[in-house]
Design a binder for this molecule. Structure first.
Ligand code: HMG
Ligand code: MG
Length: 319
């Protein structure tokens, strides 16, 4: 079923105009109050694959004391890899110990997380900016030696909840350090959803001057309702790789004010209406949102979800 005008069902033979990594199983579930079983996490990943997602951030290999929801990371990787063998499954690792655990579990892709300020690194991974930069570099280098695909987040790349607006020069410098250490993708993150489209376009355009645009991705949170506008600004800067989270769930537990991510369904709808193929089915995403709602016991969904659901009901009634 095609919900939005101009949207087509995923076709494995076409190359999508934009690539989306759904981070709901990691960013979306890491900070939930209710415990989510490994079975449920794997089922959510399976539903995302069925909707046409080709890349999912499945979990994180962090301290279970810091983030108890991610304590089952190894099981999630093993079981999701078996259930969805064609899916790119990324896993967040904050250090070499996380990488060792991820590799031991059979992960084939990792993402390091470097924040652009001293305080955010301290709060998130218990080390300062210089140490976090070095640890991220060592982790990327080792991951490449192990033959893994690599991503590097540059978090608080716009505003930091502790230190305010972050210098563009700092973001450029850290992004280049991550590239030089071998990051296959550099993910520029608006951790607390404070960026505006003008800043997104300026910053991503500046980054595109020094980095290969094919390696640049954006990770947007939707705290102020500007997620889709910011994604459009990134598209205008030439970016074609996006993180998003089905149902709009997400938020870093160590960044005060961080709300949910840009919802995958909002991004897919906007891209489709603008003629940009994602290879992702809105109908399939609604199934994943409904499943996430059943897990978390509350209504979820991006800005477009109510409209998308009405469209689906109308089409089902007419069929
Ligand atoms: P620490 O306490 O400073 O670590 O934590 P340590 O090196 O001093 O070691 C202490 C203990 O932790 C030791 O065990 C280590 O072995 C163990 P013990 O000897 O006491 O038994 N340890 C680990 N265990 C499991 N996995 C590991 C690991 N490393 C050490 N990888 C650490 C440092 C980074 C581990 C901790 O601060 C941590 O786990 N932080 C969690 C960070 C996190 O998950 N944040 C949320 C994700 S980031 C995010 O959401 C932003 C993003 O979405 C982008 C955006 O929006 O901006 C990505
Ligand atoms: Mg995030």
């Amino acid at each position: 079923m095609s919900i939005a005008a101009g949207h087509t069902q995923p076709d494995a033979s076409t190359v999508p105009a934009i690539t989306i990594t759904d981070v709901a199983p990691r960013d979306g579930l890491q900070n939930q109050a209710v415990a989510i079983s490994t079975d449920a996490k794997v089922e959510l990943i399976r539903l995302l694959a069925r909707a046409g997602l080709r890349s999912v951030e499945a979990t994180s290999f962090v301290s279970p004391k810091a983030v108890p929801q991610m304590a089952d990371a190894a099981d999630v990787v093993q079981r999701a890899s078996a259930a969805c063998p064609d899916l790119r499954l990324s896993t967040l690792v904050p250090n070499l110990k996380g990488l060792e655990r991820a590799h031991g579990a059979g992960a084939t892709e990792i993402a390091v997380v470097l924040s652009a300020t001293e305080t955010m690194n301290q709060r998130n991974i218990n080390m300062g900016l210089d140490a976090a930069t070095e640890v991220s570099e060592q982790t990327l280098i080792r991951a490449r030696e192990l033959g893994l695909r690599t991503r590097a987040y540059v978090a608080v790349a716009f505003d930091c909840p502790f230190e305010g607006t972050v210098d563009l020069d700092t973001v450029l410098r850290l992004a280049c350090r991550m590239r030089d250490a071998g990051a296959g993708e550099i993910v520029i993150a608006d951790t607390i959803g404070a960026a505006a489209p003008a800043a997104v376009k300026t910053r991503l355009s500046a980054l595109a001057q020094v980095l290969d645009i094919d390696t640049l991705a954006v990770h947007l949170h939707d705290t102020r309702g500007l997620g889709a506008a910011n994604a459009w600004a990134a598209l205008e800067a030439g970016v074609r790789r996006f993180d998003a989270s089905v149902g709009g769930i997400g938020g870093c537990p160590f960044a005060p004010g961080a709300a949910g991510n840009l919802a995958t369904e909002d991004l897919v709808l906007m891209a489709g209406q603008c003629g940009l193929d994602t290879g992702i089915s809105l109908d399939g995403l609604l199934d994943a949102v409904a499943y996430a709602e059943s897990l978390l016991g509350r209504p979820l969904g991006g800005r477009s979800s109510a409209w998308l659901r009405r469209q689906r009901e109308r089409q089902r009634a007419a069929a």
